[in-house]
Design a protein around this ligand. Structure first.
Ligand code: SF4
Ligand code: SF4
Length: 275
């Protein structure tokens, strides 16, 4: 039943694991948050949704060009929750995408979805690392498919060498130096952070450790129209001119780059201007 449901929702892979196992990768605070949402959590389902739409010029990260994955993936997972709710009337099913206390990548790797990239990402051939992850948290004890934890990538090290912020190491990602974080940071950047953003071609996100990865050399296109059509590849100052927070949200509220409002995008564009 779940195989069909995840395939119908557009997931390229799915899996699941007991919450107690994933809790080993979570802080105490994250476990408390998850338990507040779902008392007696038993099972975590995790799924990967491809988003690659081709390589077109632009200044936004590829993940941010289509419809906001938080909304799209959560909606798709909710269709699976609806099916499960019919069968398990008294249980809780909570869909989420990048906005829950659950560590999605660890859930994917522990479930055997894709490979563990040295760049900290889930790599799922033939889609490469261009996949969004989403989870369903439940207090139901579901029958799960057999799983073997994900293998590591080939470990070529290209992502470590290419990382413009020096954010990648053998231990993972140092978020304080990661351009994906810095371009989204609110308020003032330090001189060093501003220098990194200024030197990078994108005003939102980074993509460098994905672009250099051999698994992303010829990624398969996403089958999902939400991530393939009606793309916003780039923003310039004119696109943002005169917009208040509210009118910005009216115009771009269905995009993943909108959640911080227009201020970081304007700041990043100004930094490019001063190059
Ligand atoms: S997203 Fe960019 S800055 Fe962040 S780890 Fe990857 S290459 Fe480095
Ligand atoms: S670039 Fe090489 S080391 Fe980095 S994630 Fe890809 S395969 Fe692994």
């Amino acid at each position: 039943m779940l195989n069909k449901a995840f395939a119908a929702a557009g997931a390229a892979a799915w899996g699941g694991l007991p919450f107690s196992e994933l809790a080993a990768d979570m802080t105490e605070a994250a476990v408390e948050k998850a338990t507040a949402l779902c008392p007696n959590p038993r099972t975590v389902l995790v799924a990967a949704f491809p988003y690659y739409a081709g390589d077109r010029p632009g200044n936004l990260s590829l993940y941010a060009r289509g419809r906001d994955y938080h909304q799209v993936v959560t909606g798709k997972l909710n269709t699976i929750c609806d099916i499960l709710r019919e069968k398990y009337e008294n249980e809780v099913f909570l869909p989420a995408a990048d906005n829950s206390p659950l560590p999605e990548r660890q859930a994917a790797w522990r479930s055997g979805i894709g490979l563990r990239g040295k760049n900290g990402l889930v790599i799922l051939p033939p889609y490469g690392s261009y996949v969004f992850l989403g989870t369903i948290l439940t207090d139901a004890a579901l029958d799960l498919p057999p799983r073997t934890p994900s293998a590591h990538c080939v470990g070529c090290g290209k992502c470590l060498t290419a990382c413009p912020g020096g954010a990648l190491g053998e231990d993972g990602v140092n978020l304080s130096r990661c351009l994906s974080e810095l371009t989204q940071k609110k308020g003032e950047l330090t001189g060093e952070e501003a220098g990194l953003v200024k030197a990078h071609p994108l005003i939102w996100g980074c993509d460098t450790c994905q672009r250099v990865c051999p698994y992303n050399a010829h990624p398969a296109l996403s089958p999902l129209p939400e991530f393939r059509e009606d793309l916003v590849d780039a923003l310039d100052r004119a696109d943002l001119e005169g917009l208040t927070n509210r009118t910005f949200r009216d115009k771009y509220g269905d995009r993943a780059f909108a959640w911080r409002g227009p201020a970081p995008l304007r700041r990043n564009l100004e930094l490019k201007k001063s190059m």
